[in-house]
Design a protein around this ligand. Structure first.
Ligand SMILES: Nc1ncnc2c1ncn2[C@@H]1O[C@H](COP(=O)(O)OP(=O)(O)OP(=O)(O)O)[C@@H](O)[C@H]1O
Length: 244
């Protein structure tokens, strides 16, 4: 199966500082791949490079066979940023229908996207009056409504309760089963366990690119939380300055 994303030697500087140090990674089509790592490790920067909104210093990012951010990808890639990107003065339904129109989708598809994120009962509510978690789901509906082939989600489940989180993950896997590729960043380890593959990043370097089972095996523990801690510690330089 061809890869949906191929990242080769990706180097990114932000604010005069190197934040990605030569990342090599692939994301298979039709999978849910989790991007995990401590705060500030470079997850959002990597996602920005994949959707083509990040200036890069070196390397290549190929998405669905084309250079990241190139015009043919505009309707093929969906991106959910951490900051909600919906219109506060429109209702949830109006937002979804607006984004649906941009992608040549009809009203029924917009309404289905709203229902899929559990917002059917708030469809007529102004986005500006929603809770933070609801607003983030309204953004998610707008990112999904065009049915892009690749969906890049930056912490889509922050602020959601456990039942909603489980529903959203079921939705992600249902999309992957139809051939859609999802790349999802998260801080939450129980979400890592739900992924087909994991990319673990620390200080701008990839320290694991594998299945959850292989990550557990590599660390020698069953608990994914503990496995990540071990892999992160193993990648830390020891006091003599040598990598362990
Ligand atoms: N606009 C910016 N200007 C300068 N430095 C930035 C900018 N945005 C991010 N950085 C720095 O780049 C590094 C990586 O940030 P990034 O947002 O990619 O991390 P992250 O893993 O997504 O973090 P979090 O989990 O907290 O969202 C951090 O050190 C951050 O301070």
């Amino acid at each position: 199966m061809a890869d949906a994303i191929a990242v080769r030697g990706l180097v990114v500087d932000r604010g005069g500082r190197r934040v990605l140090h030569g990342i090599d990674a692939t994301v298979p089509r039709g999978s849910v791949t989790g991007l995990l790592g401590p705060s500030g490790s470079g997850k959002t920067t990597l996602l920005r490079a994949v959707v083509g909104v990040q200036v890069i210093a070196a390397g290549t990012v190929t998405v669905l066979g084309a250079p990241a951010g190139s015009p043919p990808l505009r309707h093929r890639v969906g991106y959910l940023t951490q900051a909600p990107s919906v219109y506060a003065d429109l209702t949830v339904r109006e937002n979804a229908r607006y984004f649906a129109t941009l992608h040549g989708r009809d009203r029924a598809e917009a309404d289905r996207a709203v229902a899929d994120v559990g917002l059917a009962s708030a469809a007529g509510q102004l986005v500006g009056t929603l809770s933070g978690g609801q607003r983030s789901r309204a953004s998610l509906a707008c990112a999904l409504v065009g049915e892009p082939e690749l969906i890049v989600l930056d912490e889509p489940t922050v602020g959601q309760d456990p039942v909603l989180r489980a529903d959203l993950w079921a939705r992600f896997h249902a999309l992957a089963a139809t051939g859609t590729t999802l790349l999802v960043s998260s801080h939450v380890m129980d979400e890592a366990a739900r992924c087909d593959r994991l990319l673990l990043i620390r200080d701008g370097r990839l320290i694991a690119d594998d299945t959850p089972a292989a990550v557990r095996a590599a660390a020698g523990v069953d608990d994914l939380d503990e496995a990540f801690l071990r892999l992160i510690r193993a990648a830390e330089p020891d006091p003599s300055g040598e990598a362990r």
